[in-house]
Design a protein around this ligand. Structure first.
Ligand SMILES: Cc1cc2nc3c(=O)[nH]c(=O)nc-3n(C[C@H](O)[C@H](O)[C@H](O)COP(=O)(O)O)c2cc1C
Length: 193
């Protein structure tokens, strides 16, 4: 499975980056997984302003920044989108980047990992719908991480408190990534037929 772990917040001091590193480290420990961090901050692009839906635009003129993002996205078999919750939804920059997507994630599996005051649960619900409409196969298992500020260090390592505590989010992460791998293998086989 060639996996992109997409960091969905671009602001200064974003916590999504360390959450993305946490996801990446676990993914890299798995067999037959080639995982990479894809940081949205490395793909600056304007607000989407194409004349019609890009899916139906045969004469599409793509902004160079968005083109780079789309080429990167297309090169993977599977995705983990890491998102915070902003006003009960996803950050505008993440929604904007997804609005550029046409067939790059078609019939490929996508999973969602979030954080926020209540673990980003409301952002996750929105993001699952958005990704489904964007043609991805959204898998059922998700990870909501509460207390990510203290729970992860800057390199994405879990704190001792979390490791010793009642709820270890890595249990959910493991289940989610194993499920993603299952879908990725099945869908890659089907797409290649
Ligand atoms: C503009 C904005 C809106 C937010 N709205 C919510 C919200 O509706 N619910 C919530 O639980 N947290 C909310 N938060 C808190 C963020 O989820 C939290 O600060 C998170 O760490 C932001 O992710 P980031 O650091 O990766 O950008 C909001 C934060 C910002 C900056």
């Amino acid at each position: 499975m060639k996996l992109a772990v997409i960091v969905g917040s671009t602001r200064v001091n974003r916590r999504s980056l360390k959450e993305g590193k946490w996801v990446l480290a676990y993914a890299k420990s798995m067999k037959d997984v080639d995982a990479k961090l894809v940081d949205l901050a490395d793909y600056p692009m304007p607000f989407f302003n194409e004349p019609i839906s890009p899916r139906f635009n045969n004469e599409r003129q793509i902004d160079p920044g968005a083109k780079k993002w789309l080429e990167e996205v297309e090169s993977y078999d599977a995705y983990v989108f890491v998102t915070p919750e902003y006003n009960h939804s996803v950050p505008g920059e993440l929604k904007n980047a997804i609005d550029y997507i046409t067939w790059e994630i078609d019939r490929k599996p996508a999973a969602v990992v979030s954080h926020g005051t209540v673990g980003g649960a409301r952002a996750i619900m929105h993001l699952k719908e958005i990704l489904s409409e964007s043609r991805a196969v959204v898998i059922p298992t998700q990870v909501t991480f509460m207390g990510v500020s203290e729970g992860l260090d800057e390199e994405g390592n879990l704190s001792q408190d979390i490791l010793a505590g009642h709820y270890n989010p890595e249990v959910s992460l493991k289940a989610m990534l194993e499920e993603l791998k299952w879908y990725s293998d099945a869908l890659s086989t089907a797409r290649n037929k």
